[in-house]
Write a protein that binds this ligand. Structure first.
Ligand code: DGY
Length: 421
């Protein structure tokens, strides 16, 4: 039985003292966007602890502004690739050399309503991180990504067009995967994909994690609707906080420029043939050909034309008729859809959260409540899993998962607040 207390228990069990791991065993460190969602859940019952989730993440920020995807405060032999494989990175704490979707500013804004002191305390760090995306990851005004791990959607079939262009060097240092020791390998990325992930890492280490070189010369360069829309939304939240804090005009102008540029870049990701926002390989201009669970984040970012939004909604309606639980991470009508394999099909709590929020804000409440309700049904049926099979509602990959408990807590809190109003 899923209760408020059982959700809090998940977060408490995964608490490692000031920061929270996603789940024991499989992911034993602090992950970037996981912690942002965890803060959202913690804020429903312990604001001080929610705040330490935010500030502990920021302590891993690099001098160039990047906040890495994982912060390694120890070296756990049960996880690969850990700090020894990433090598020396420039941040104050050992970390990965790539980032993750920057959802933090949006969540900071949501949990600090009326708290200018807290907002002021983290504003500069958030601003520097966004600037890093707009500088170090930008190619001709498009914010790109250099690694599937940076997108948070590791083995989504979207990345195949980029990975297929890569070669794995014969001298790639040997390694032993640990993820498949913790969970059923059929839930996880394939060996070939892992070799490519490690190949990109080896390139990054070879250039001393110079992020501009990684973007310009690295073996993988794609534009991702997830990073794009999450950043565009977060820029708007950052602007609102900057205005509230009375930041100088130059700061406001800079953020406004990012937002204008972001809306223009949405056009770059519009795949007219599919009728949706999809990923794109940047050096060839080739589009990925499928509808994913970040295609509809155009609503969350308040971007895209009326026609683009209505075609996006039509996809959601079609997919809703095909699966029992919205929103699958990959189009269930695609040949490479796999209901249990990580980002090839399962539905993901944090994606349902953002998608439903955007649909609600932009006038599509029916689909929003379907996407929210379906996630709640899977959680009630199976528990707080990392992700879920959209055909059966069964849990996949990691169990007792922090962001699942956190998203669920935040919705329960909203319901209680509305009831009390
Ligand atoms: C993993 O370990 O699989 C993570 O997704 C990398 O960030």
């Amino acid at each position: 039985m899923v209760t408020i207390q059982s959700a809090i228990d998940v977060l408490t069990q995964n608490d490692r003292g000031g920061f929270t791991i996603p789940t024991a065993g499989l992911y034993p460190y602090q992950w970037n966007w996981d912690s942002a969602f965890v803060a959202l859940g913690l804020a429903t019952y312990d604001m001080d602890r929610a705040w330490s989730e935010v500030t502990s993440l920021i302590t891993g920020q690099w001098p160039d502004g990047m906040i890495p995807s994982i912060i390694f405060r120890s070296d756990d032999p049960d996880y690969f690739p850990g700090p020894s494989r990433w090598g020396k990175t420039p941040g104050p704490i050992p970390s990965t050399g790539v980032s993750q979707p920057p959802v933090l500013a949006t969540i900071v804004r949501a949990i600090t309503k009326g708290d200018a002191v807290r907002r002021a305390a983290v504003f500069d760090a958030l601003f520097a991180w966004h600037r890093w995306f707009h500088d170090a990851r930008s190619v001709d005004g498009i914010v790109c990504t250099v690694h599937p791990w940076e997108t948070g959607r590791d083995n989504c079939p979207e990345w195949n067009i980029g990975l297929d262009l890569m070669e794995v060097p014969p001298d790639l240092a040997p390694y032993r995967r640990m993820d498949n020791k913790h969970v059923d390998p059929s839930f996880r990325p394939t060996q070939d994909q892992y070799d490519k992930y490690l190949t990109i890492m080896a390139f990054g280490a070879s250039v001393g994690w110079d992020q501009r070189r990684l973007t310009d010369e690295g073996p993988f360069l794609m534009a991702d609707p997830n990073i794009h829309f999450v950043l565009l939304r977060a820029d708007q939240d950052l602007l609102a906080m900057a205005q509230g804090l009375g930041k100088p005009q130059a700061v406001l102008d800079q953020i406004e420029g990012w937002i204008a540029n972001g809306h223009a870049a949405s056009e770059y990701l519009w795949n007219n043939e599919v009728g949706a926002f999809t990923a794109r390989e940047v050096r060839t201009g080739r589009f990925s050909n499928g509808f994913s669970n970040c295609s509809a984040l155009c609503f969350y970012a308040n971007s895209g034309t009326v026609e683009q939004r209505s075609r996006t909604l039509a996809h959601l309606e079609r997919i809703d008729k095909t699966v029992d639980y919205m929103l699958p991470s990959w189009d269930p009508d695609a040949t490479d859809f796999e209901a249990q394999r990580y980002w090839c099909g399962p539905l993901w709590p944090q994606m349902n959260y953002m998608t439903a929020l955007g649909l609600d804000e932009q006038g599509a409440p029916k689909m929003a409540s379907k996407i929210r309700g379906d996630l709640c049904r899977t959680i009630e049926k199976s528990g707080f899993w990392e992700c879920f099979n959209p055909l059966t509602g069964e849990g996949c990959v990691g169990e007792k998962f922090s962001w699942t408990a956190a998203v669920w807590l935040s919705w329960q809190h909203e319901i209680r607040m509305k009831g009390a109003a």
